[in-house]
Design a protein around this ligand. Sequence first.
Ligand code: AMP
Length: 280
Amino acid sequence: MRVINTIHSLRAYINSIREQRYTVGLVPTMGAFHEGHLALMRRSLENGDCTVVSLFVNPTQFGPKEDLEKYPRDFNRDSQLAADFGVHALFAPTASEMYPEGFQTHISLPKIRSRYEGEIRPGHFDGVAAVCAKLFNLVQPQRAYFGQKDYQQLVLIQRMVCDLNFSMEIVPVPTVREPDGLAMSSRNAYLSPEERAVAPRLYLALRQAAEMAEQGEHKSAAIEEQAVHFLAEEPLIKVDYIKVADAEMLEPADLGDRPAVILGAIRIGSTRLIDNILLK
Ligand code: AMP
């Protein structure tokens, strides 16, 4: 596996791959690899893509009071895991390599940035959009792989790729879960044993909400209320939101013929967890 730290060497590497006519698959990550990240890499490798994983804890997507400093980082472990997995290249730039002095370009998707995660984390999705646009331009992949676990991020990226005519496919990968249902996340490492024990309640609440919808409840408000109530029974959990939205545009919606998604976010102590379930 090639470890690449600079944009100059990344460009040289990508040129050599393209000369050999390989397809390129990009897996953008912030590291602290778990089975969710590995599922994205697996999918890219199975597609036969020369697989480039980016590992960059992107400062511009963290708010001033968020966990940028304490975000888990273990480069040696991550690069060993990626190499053992068969990844072809790991791009791990510094923040100054990605954002040299004078950088000022801003990409904003106004509707998506202001809802759900965007409402609670102002600026988060602008940071995600800009870093992904840079990675797409640098790597010029045929495909980029994103987890459904971060559903709003997935929709944001699909929208941006369409709006800005990036010539690539976004491949969604289903959420990988712990045996008790908790969606795998690098942030799960922050949870104390007591907090970890109650964390699967988010997925349970979403499942119950999905069942309510499957049994014919159409009103989003009724579904959301019942899920919030179930979560609030656990004193360690603070609910940020439970929202039903249409799965494509993420507009708030009652249930009808169109695919929908139930999005949820909670806090347990100082840790934020998000999850979602798609409704057919
Ligand atoms: P992150 O390192 O948290 O920024 O995540 C990098 C990529 O992995 C994103 O596309 C995430 O949606 C995806 N991802 C994170 N957790 C999971 C999971 N449990 N299942 C599937 N994909 C995931």
